[in-house]
Design a protein around this ligand. Structure first.
Ligand SMILES: Cc1cc2nc3c(=O)[nH]c(=O)nc-3n(C[C@H](O)[C@H](O)[C@H](O)COP(=O)(O)O)c2cc1C
Ligand code: SF4
Length: 623
C-alpha cells in the first residue's frame, strides 16, 4: 500500500544540480520544496548507488553513509509539505555515462548500445550478486534517510531491462534465451529488495520497448503479475529505452501522446496492485480522461511539474490560475541536462535561473509592450502581475512568429504556450492589459505618456545576396494549403527553420535538396528532434549538401559551390526555392522622445523561445 494523501507523484527526472560529490545542494531542496506542496509523493532524481554508475557527473547519490545528512534534509523538506518521498534506485548497466571517469559498465551482453556508449562487460554470477547487494544496501540506506517508498528501475533500457530485453540479452546461459530466463536475474533483485526493507516497493517498467524485436506489452503483463506475486506494491508503467528509443523514454512531442497510458491500462486490467500512469499528463483534461478511460488511481508527472510547480495545486483548486503547460519539447529540461547546465525549462523562467519571483512593484507605471510574440506576451503578463498597467500592441496575431513553430510535423503541442498566454491576457484584459490590435507608431506612443516602452518586435528573415534569386519562399509551405506536391524544391539553409520546412515538404512527396554553408545541418535543433528529423529526411531521400553555398540562380538551374574546394556544381529543374538562412532582429525604432525604451527577445538578439521568454521575464520583473 502506498498510502499517499492524493494520487499525484512527481516522476523521477534527472536535474543535474549537484557536482562531482553527488551531494544534495540547496538548489535541490528549493526545487522539490516548491513542487511538493500539494503532491502525494515526490521521487527525487534517480540516486546513483555507486560512483562508478553515474549517468550525470552532477547527479545525486545514495552510495555512502556520508550522504545521509543531505538526503535526510531533502526527505524532511518534502515531508514538511505533507508528501511522501520515493527513492528511485537504478543500475544503468551499459547506459552508465562513458564520459565520466571511473564509471564501469556491466550488462547482460558485451555489446554496446547501437547509438553509442561503452562496450560493457557481460556479467557473471559474481557480478550479479554484487549488483543485488548494491540494491539492498542502497535501499536500506534510503530507509535510514527517511524515504517512505523505494522505486526499482526495471525499465527504460537500464541494467535490469537489459536482461529482460530479447534484443539486448544475447546470453546462452540460464539468464538468457527464453522469457523466463531473461526475467530470472531481475526477479532475484526484486525478491532481495522486497526482503531487505519493509517499506513499499514500486517497480518502474517499460510497458513496451518500442523497438520491433524488443519486449512488448503482453510479456510485460506477465512480468507485472510476477512482480505482484513477489509482493511489490505498485507498477509504474512507462515506455521505451534509453539506448534505442529515447523519444519514448522522454515522451518527446514527436511520439504520440497516450501510448504509455494504454500500456498502463492493459497492465491494470491484469493485476490487483495499483498502477501508476505517466507520460505527457499536462492538463486537467488529461487527468480526467485517464481516470475515466482507465480508472487510474495514481499519476506520475514529470515535466508538467517542471513547467508549473503548482500544477497539482491548480488541479485541486487550492491554487488559483491557469496551468502553464509543458510542451513536451524536451528542449530546456533534457537539453539543459545534456548540455551540463542542469535542468531548465522553456516556458518557466524560474527553473535553474537566479531571476527573482514576481513581487508587486513599488509604484504602478504605464508600459507599452510592442509586439505580441512570446517575449511581448511574457513581458505584458509579468508587468501585469506586478501591478503595472500595460498596453500591448500587436499588428497581427498574438503569438507572433511562434505561430509558425507548431506547424511542422509533430509539433502541434507547441501551440499550447500561445493559447496559455492568450488566455492569461484575456483574464486580465479588463483591468491591466489593454490589447491594441494595431501597429504602434511613434506619435501614438508619445501621446500616451508611457513610463516605459518595451520593444518585443521579433526578427525577420535575413536573405543573403544571391545572383539571379528573384522568387523565393520562407515558411509558407508549413501551411497545409500551401504545401507543393511532387515538385523539386531547393532549401537554402539547413538550420532549424530550413529543416522544419524540408520535413514538411517531404510529406508532400517533394524532392528536397538542402544546401547548408556550415559543416553540419540542424544546428540549434533540440537533440531528439534533430536525430528524428535528419533520419526522416534521409529515409525520404532528401539530398543534403553541407559546406556548400548557393552562388547563382538561373531559371530552374541553381549553381552551388563547395566552400573549401571552390568546385562549382549545378542542380537542374528546381521548381521552387526556400530561403531559410537565418533571422535578423527587427527594430522599427530605437527611441521615443525621453521615454525609456527596453528591447527584449529576438528584437534584442535572435534566439529560441526559451531565451525570448526568459529575457522578457527578467526585464519585466525588474521594472
Ligand atoms: C530531463 C529528464 C530526465 C529524466 N530522467 C529519467 C531517469 O533518469 N530515469 C527515468 O526512469 N525516467 C527519467 N525521465 C522520464 C520521466 O520520469 C518521465 O517518465 C517522462 O518525462 C514522461 O513523463 P512527463 O511527460 O510527465 O515528463 C526523465 C525525463 C526528463 C524530461
Ligand atoms: S523544457 Fe519543454 S518539455 Fe521540458 S519541461 Fe519545459 S516545456 Fe516541458
Amino acid at each position: 500500500m502506498l498510502n499517499l494523501r492524493n494520487e499525484f507523484i512527481f516522476a523521477p527526472v534527472k536535474l543535474g544540480y549537484s557536482d562531482k560529490t553527488g551531494e544534495i545542494k540547496q538548489k535541490h531542496i528549493d526545487f522539490y520544496k516548491e513542487r511538493s506542496l500539494y503532491l502525494g509523493a515526490v521521487t527525487p532524481e534517480p540516486l546513483f548507488m555507486d560512483t562508478g554508475l553515474r549517468e550525470l557527473p552532477t547527479q545525486i547519490g545514495i552510495n555512502h553513509d556520508s550522504k545521509l545528512d543531505g538526503l535526510q534534509e531533502l526527505t524532511d523538506t518534502i515531508h514538511k509539505n505533507g508528501a511522501k518521498v520515493i527513492a528511485h534506485l537504478n543500475h544503468p548497466g551499459r547506459m552508465a555515462n562513458p564520459k565520466i571517469p571511473g564509471n564501469y559498465f556491466w550488462s547482460s551482453t558485451s555489446k554496446a548500445c547501437e547509438n553509442g556508449g561503452a562496450s560493457p562487460e557481460k556479467m557473471d554470477r559474481r557480478m550479479m550478486d554484487k549488483v543485488i547487494q548494491l540494491f539492498v544496501d542502497s535501499a536500506k540506506r534510503a530507509v535510514r534517510a527517511n524515504f517512505d517508498i523505494i522505486e526499482l528501475q526495471l525499465g527504460h533500457g537500464y541494467l535490469l531491462a537489459q536482461f529482460i530485453s530479447p534484443v539486448v540479452n544475447d546470453r546462452d546461459d540460464e539468464y538468457g534465451g527464453g522469457f523466463e530466463n531473461r526475467l530470472k536475474f531481475p526477479l532475484q533483485v526484486v525478491k532481495a529488495l522486497r526482503q531487505a526493507v519493509e517499506i513499499p516497493v514500486i517497480a518502474r517498467i517499460s510497458g513496451d520497448e518500442m523497438t520491433p524485436n524488443g519486449f512488448h506489452i503482453d510479456e510485460m503483463i506477465q512480468f507485472s503479475k510476477l512482480l505482484e506475486e513477489a509482493g511489490l506494491d505498485a507498477i509504474h508503467v512507462t515506455a521505451g529505452s534509453a539506448c534505442s528509443t529515447p523519444p519514448w523514454f522522454f515522451q518527446h512531442m514527436f511520439v504520440p501522446k497516450g501510448k504509455t497510458w494504454e500500456f498502463a491500462g492493459k497492465i491494470k486490467e491484469n493485476i490487483n496492485i495499483p498502477v501508476i500512469f505517466v507520460g505527457r499528463i499536462n492538463s486537467k483534461k488529461d487527468v480526467i480522461n485517464i481516470k475515466e478511460k482507465y480508472g487510474a488511481e495514481y499519476f506520475a508527472l514529470g515535466r508538467a511539474l517542471v513547467a508549473d510547480p503548482d500544477f497539482v495545486g491548480k488541479y485541486l483548486n487550492k491554487v488559483s490560475g491557469l496551468i502553464r503547460p509543458c510542451l513536451a519539447c524536451a528542449e530546456g529540461c533534457l537539453g539543459g541536462v545534456k548540455q551540463g547546465k542542469g535542468l531548465g525549462c522553456v516556458v518557466n523562467p524560474l527553473v535553474n535561473t537566479d531571476y527573482p519571483q514576481v513581487k508587486p512593484a513599488k509604484q504602478t507605471k504605464l508600459f507599452a509592450v510592442i509586439g505580441g510574440g512570446l517575449a511581448g506576451m511574457q513581458a505584458a503578463i509579468t508587468l501585469k502581475d506586478r501591478g503595472h498597467d500595460v498596453d500591448l500592441y500587436e499588428k497581427s496575431k498574438l503569438g507572433g512568429q511562434f505561430n509558425l513553430a507548431w506547424l511542422p510535423p509533430n509539433k502541434s503541442s507547441l501551440k499550447e504556450i500561445v493559447d496559455y498566454y492568450i488566455s492569461e491576457l484575456k483574464i486580465h484584459e479588463a483591468h491591466q492589459v489593454n490589447f491594441i490590435n494595431k501597429e504602434a507608431n511613434i506619435e501614438d506612443l508619445k501621446i500616451a505618456k508611457y513610463d516605459g516602452i518595451i520593444l518585443a518586435t521579433g526578427a525577420i528573415p535575413a536573405v543573403p545576396p544571391i545572383k539571379g534569386l528573384k522568387e523565393f519562399y520562407w515558411t509558407e509551405f508549413l501551411e497545409d494549403n500551401q504545401l507543393p506536391k511532387n515538385e523539386r524544391v531547393l532549401v537554402i539553409g539547413g538550420g532549424l527553420i530550413g529543416l522544419e520546412v524540408a520535413s514538411k515538404l517531404v510529406d508532400g512527396n517533394n524532392k528536397v535538396i538542402i544546401v547548408e554553408m556550415l559543416d553540419e545541418i540542424a544546428r540549434g535543433m533540440e537533440m531528439l528532434e534533430k536525430v528524428m528529423t535528419v533520419k526522416k529526411l534521409k529515409e525520404k531521400k532528401a539530398e543534403i549538401f553541407v559546406n556548400h553555398k548557393v552562388i547563382e540562380v538561373s531559371g530552374t538551374r541553381v549553381y552551388i559551390e563547395n566552400g573549401d574546394t571552390i568546385k562549382e556544381i549545378h542542380i537542374e529543374d528546381i521548381d521552387k526555392i526556400v530561403v531559410a538562412t537565418g533571422m535578423k532582429s527587427y527594430l522599427p525604432f530605437k527611441s521615443v522622445d525621453e521615454i525609456p525604451v527596453y528591447i527584449v527577445g529576438d528584437a534584442k538578439k535572435v534566439g529560441k523561445a526559451q531565451q525570448a521568454i526568459h529575457d522578457a521575464y527578467e526585464l519585466a520583473v525588474s521594472l
